[in-house]
Write a protein that binds this ligand. Structure first.
Ligand code: AHR
Length: 305
């Protein structure tokens, strides 16, 4: 045991001298800020030097950051990819430099999956299905739904739309009457919901938002329109941030699907396995469930983000 312990201590010490580059998308939602915090604090806890780069929602900035990490000779890269496509070339450069890349929270589409070490993320299609199943049950399969999509080209926007669509198409009485991007933010979510309300008014039975921030913006728009969110118009979203739990306690949000942003420990575990020459699962799936208004008061204090 003491031999094993000193080996562990030795490798912990060796890892402590390593530098990791983290290319983050931005700070569009409370969920993403929680993820940034999780990765920064885990790096600090384990003694890594973390080079952090905020891409301000632009893939070109992420590509530049990755190239600069490679030029600086980092030991590993953590990437939260803003969109699904367009990563082949830069990831080939990382691979040629022998730098393992861990994807956090979102997937990508590349010709060769060996270009990255592992993806640590939820199953977004399943999340969309959970939201759709909840709404079908709540409305007995009859609802005019408006949808606030995430950022164009992002894996969670594509997959949450697909999963929800697959579920509601089973019910002839359910229809998505409008669907537009709210770019993951409260401001844009509110703006798009205002336009939906202007066009469809009280015909709208439910809002499906791809994240909580957009749902919270939509709730504001519904109130300003003179209707009651959570009652006149049902609201279901994804993320499970504390502000969403507060909105459920207030009776304005009906349900939110969990999505785990606290990926720091898993990301560093994956990198350390690679440093030790061990195999890492290609997709480390985060399991999610749906949280409903009735349970929110009891759950809110235990929410971590
Ligand atoms: O990739 C996860 C999504 O990105 C979260 O649902 C959203 O809030 C975020 O910005």
């Amino acid at each position: 045991t003491s031999l094993a312990l000193s080996a562990t201590l030795l490798s912990a010490q060796a890892f402590a001298e390593l530098t990791i580059g983290f290319s983050q998308i931005g700070a569009e939602s409370a969920w993403r800020s929680a993820e940034t915090e999780s990765i920064k604090s885990e790096a600090e806890k384990r003694g890594y030097t973390l080079k952090f780069s905020d891409a301000q929602q632009k893939q070109e900035n992420q590509i530049k950051a990755i190239r600069s990490f490679i030029a600086q000779g980092v030991d590993g890269i953590i990437l939260a990819p803003v969109v699904e496509t367009g990563w082949d070339r830069v990831l080939k450069e990382a691979k040629a430099a022998d730098i393992p890349v861990v994807l956090v929270d979102r997937g990508i589409k590349v010709k060769d999956n060996d270009l990255y070490l592992s993806k640590i993320a939820s199953d977004f299609v399943f999340e969309g299905k959970l939201a759709g199943a909840w709404l079908a049950q709540e409305t007995n399969g009859y609802a005019n739904i408006v949808e606030l999509q995430g950022g164009p080209g992002a894996a969670p926007a594509i997959d949450r739309k697909a999963g929800f669509g697959q579920m509601v198409e089973q019910f002839p009485g359910m229809e998505i009457t409008a669907s537009q991007t709210g770019e993951w933010t409260r401001t844009k979510g509110k703006e798009v919901m205002e336009a939906f309300l202007k066009a469809q008014g009280e015909e709208i039975d439910a809002v499906y938002a791809h994240n909580d921030d957009m749902a919270l913006g939509a709730i504001q728009a519904i109130k300003e329109f003179g209707l009651m969110p959570g009652k006149d118009i049902l609201v279901v979203s994804i993320d499970g941030v504390k502000a969403a739990f507060q909105a459920m306690v207030d009776g304005e949000l009906n349900a939110t699907v969990d999505c785990n942003p606290l990926l720091g420990p898993l990301a560093f575990d994956a990198l350390e396995m690679a440093f030790n020459g061990k195999d890492v699962d290609k997709w480390i799936v985060q399991k999610d469930k749906i949280n409903v208004q009735q349970d929110a008061a009891e759950m809110i204090d235990s929410r971590m983000f």
